[in-house]
Each structure stands twice: as structure tokens, then as C-alpha cells.
Design a protein around this ligand. Structure first.
Ligand code: GDP
Length: 343
């Protein structure tokens, strides 16, 4: 939905790059929000400004604790983040930014994640900054913008960054690739205990919290905890030396939220000590660079007038079986290289 976004932001005057950088460093929320709008923008004229802001703030990034929180809709993510966020700001006196990756939002007609009305207590806290998922486009583009927003929030001094994502697609892989800790939120007592979790997700997680462990759900949650704990033991140990833990909690009743956070802190302390935090972040930076190159290539490819002129016709011919996909892709790539884009 680049056009919708372009319309929404083009009316706003831009500031010189140093104004954004200064404002972000001062933790000015209004400027931070405007800087995020620039990095989220699909306007070509904002690309250069975004790059200058990001380059300038980069030295002040990397100091926060970055946590991905995923789970199927209804698992209690927003309730949990509200409770956890309150623990961070109220009990620990820290600040927190809540971001989300939700590539499906244009379909649902608006973001279902990171919506302030879903985090009622946290939304009114001065020390909390909640930003809904950037809307529109492919997962790659949405993830890029969330990652850049994460860096801006770090530079603005947020000590904790929570990245919320729905556990039903590829977005959790993207969330994991920009965070230090990957938390899966589960519900007990919703039938099959292994509902909705793919092996791939289990392999990625650093911790699991079985939510809604309250009332008559409590024994079920405890049983699920034991089952998942033994299931996790079947996986080979992670090279970082961390053994993922399974806890139960009740976001609604603020129970054992501190235990979940303590798990995140223990993990952080271990990885900081053994050097794996640095390793994980370096590996992420490398992945990130590759991703940006691929995104840039794909954007140039789509924007190339020769490609744009030929692609729809070739698509139709491939669909009809008149041209093989191989021949069609070769022709498009040759056109792209011929136009200078591929060199
Ligand atoms: P999300 O879709 O994963 O963000 O889930 P929500 O946070 O919107 O929660 C879905 C529903 O579960 C809401 O009605 C919540 O009130 C409820 N819920 C969330 N956490 C708990 C909990 O710990 N215990 C109980 N009993 N209900 C909860």
C-alpha cells in the first residue's frame, strides 16, 4: 500500500536530518515518532533522509534488551505485554518500547498488533512508547521498517524493546532476527497441547510462557509446562549454553510475570558473559545486510521500466503455458542487466 502511506505522510514537512537525530538523542517522543514516520515512508525522497538519520544514530544503539514475543491470536500477547510493561516501568523504574511486525495488517484493514487500546495501562505511561506495525507490503519491507524503528527507539534511550508478532507465519523468524530473546506465549487448556506450534518455532525459542494459568486452567497449565519441558529436552543443546525454560503465568492477574522477566534477565546475563550476545548480534547484522541488499535489488527490479513493461505479459504467457518459467525469468533478468540495473 505505498500510495496510501505516501498520501498520509506527504503533507508533513520534513526537518533537516540533524533535528531528528538531536531530538531522538534527547528522547523527544514527538521527534522520535516523526523520525519513525520517515523510516517507514515509502516516498523515494524520504529514503536518503532515513539513511542519514539511521547512520547518525547507529553509534547510540545496541544497549537495550530486545525481546520478541509471539503467540497465536488469543494467547494473551497484548495482556501479557501490558502486564510486563507495567512491571518494567512501575516496579523496575525502566522504560519500554513496544513494536510489532504484522505483515497482514493491510488485509485486516488496520493493525491488530501494537494497538494501544489493547494495552490500556501501559499506553498511558510516560515511560512507555507503543508503535503499531508499519502497514503494507511484503514481510521483508515491514520487518525492515520495524528493525529501523527498533534502532531509533534504542537511540532514544529505551532500555527494553518488545517486538510483538503473531505466531502464524514467517514474521516470528523476522522478529527473532532482530532480538536477543525469543519468547513464545502459549495457552493451556485449549485442546491439543501442541496446537499451532511448528517444530521450527520450538527450535528458535529461548523461553516459553504458558499463559492463562489461573482458575480452573491452572492444573492444565502445569501439566503443559511439564510436557513442554520434557519436549524441549529432546532438542540438542544450543551452542550458546542456554537451555530454554518453560514457565506458567497469568497475564490477566499479573502472576509470575516477574519470573518470566527474570528468565529473560538470566539469559541476558549468561550470553553477555559468554560472548554469545555479541555473536548473535553480529550474525544478525550480517543477515541484515544481506536482507537489505536483496530488498534493494528486488525494489530496483520492480521499479525498472523495462521490467514493468514486460513482466505482466510474461506472467500471463507463463500462466497459459506459452513460455516456460525458465525462459521468462531469463528474459527478465537479461532486460534488467541490459538496463544497467544488474551491474
Ligand atoms: P492476543 O490476541 O494474543 O493479543 O490476546 P489478548 O491479550 O487480546 O487476550 C485474549 C483474551 O484472553 C482476552 O479476553 C484476555 O482478557 C484473555 N486473557 C489474556 N491473558 C489472560 C490470562 O492470563 N488469564 C485469563 N483467564 N485470560 C487472559
Amino acid at each position: 500500500m505505498p500510495h496510501r502511506h505516501a498520501r498520509a505522510t506527504s503533507g508533513r514537512r520534513r526537518l533537516p536530518p540533524e533535528r531528528y537525530v538531536e531530538g531522538v538523542f534527547q528522547g523527544d517522543r514527538t521527534i522520535l515518532a516523526r523520525a519513525i514516520t520517515v523510516v517507514e515512508s515509502e516516498l523515494p525522497s524520504d529514503g536518503e533522509l532515513a539513511a542519514r538519520i539511521l547512520d547518525a544514530i547507529l553509534p547510540k544503539t545496541g544497549r537495550s534488551l530486545r525481546v520478541a514475543i509471539t503467540g497465536v491470536p488469543g494467547a494473551g500477547k497484548s495482556t501479557f505485554i501490558d502486564a510486563l510493561g507495567m512491571h518494567l516501568v512501575r516496579d523496575r523504574g525502566e522504560n519500554v518500547a513496544v513494536l510489532s511486525i504484522d505483515p497482514t495488517s493491510p488485509i485486516s484493514g488496520g493493525s491488530i498488533l501494537g494497538d494501544k487500546t489493547r494495552m490500556e495501562r501501559l499506553a498511558v505511561q510516560d515511560r512507555a512508547f507503543i508503535r503499531p506495525s508499519p502497514s503494507g507490503g511484503q514481510l521483508g519491507g515491514v520487518a525492515r521498517r520495524t528493525r529501523e524503528t527498533l534502532l531509533l527507539c534504542e537511540a532514544a534511550g529505551y532500555q527494553n524493546i518488545l517486538v510483538e508478532t503473531v505466531g502464524v507465519g514467517q514474521s516470528e523468524t523476522a522478529a527473532r532476527s532482530m532480538t536477543d530473546f525469543f519468547l513464545l506465549l502459549m495457552l493451556a487448556g485449549a485442546g491439543d497441547e501442541l496446537q499451532g506450534i511448528k517444530r521450527g518455532i520450538i527450535e528458535m525459542l529461548d523461553g516459553m510462557a504458558i499463559n492463562k494459568a489461573d482458575g480452573e486452567n491452572e492444573p492444565k497449565a502445569e501439566r503443559a509446562r511439564v510436557e513442554y519441558t520434557s519436549a524441549l529436552h529432546l532438542f540438542p543443546p544450543s551452542p550458546d549454553g542456554w537451555a530454554p525454560r518453560v514457565l506458567t503465568c497469568s497475564a490477566l492477574h499479573d502472576r509470575r510475570i516477574t519470573d518470566v522477566w527474570q528468565m529473560v534477565l538470566d539469559h541476558h546475563a549468561l550470553l553477555e558473559k559468554n560472548g554469545f550476545l555479541e555473536k548473535r548480534r553480529r550474525a544478525q547484522a550480517l543477515e541484515w545486510m544481506n536482507e537489505l541488499v536483496m530488498l534493494g535489488l528486488s525494489e530496483s527490479f520492480r521499479a525498472d521500466p523495462r521490467i514493468a513493461g514486460r513482466w505482466p505479459l510474461l506472467k500471463e504467457e507463463v500462466r497459459r503455458g506459452q513460455v516456460t518459467p525458465f525462459a521468462a525469468s531469463r528474459e527478465l533478468l537479461a532486460l534488467f542487466r541490459g538496463s544497467g540495473g544488474g551491474r
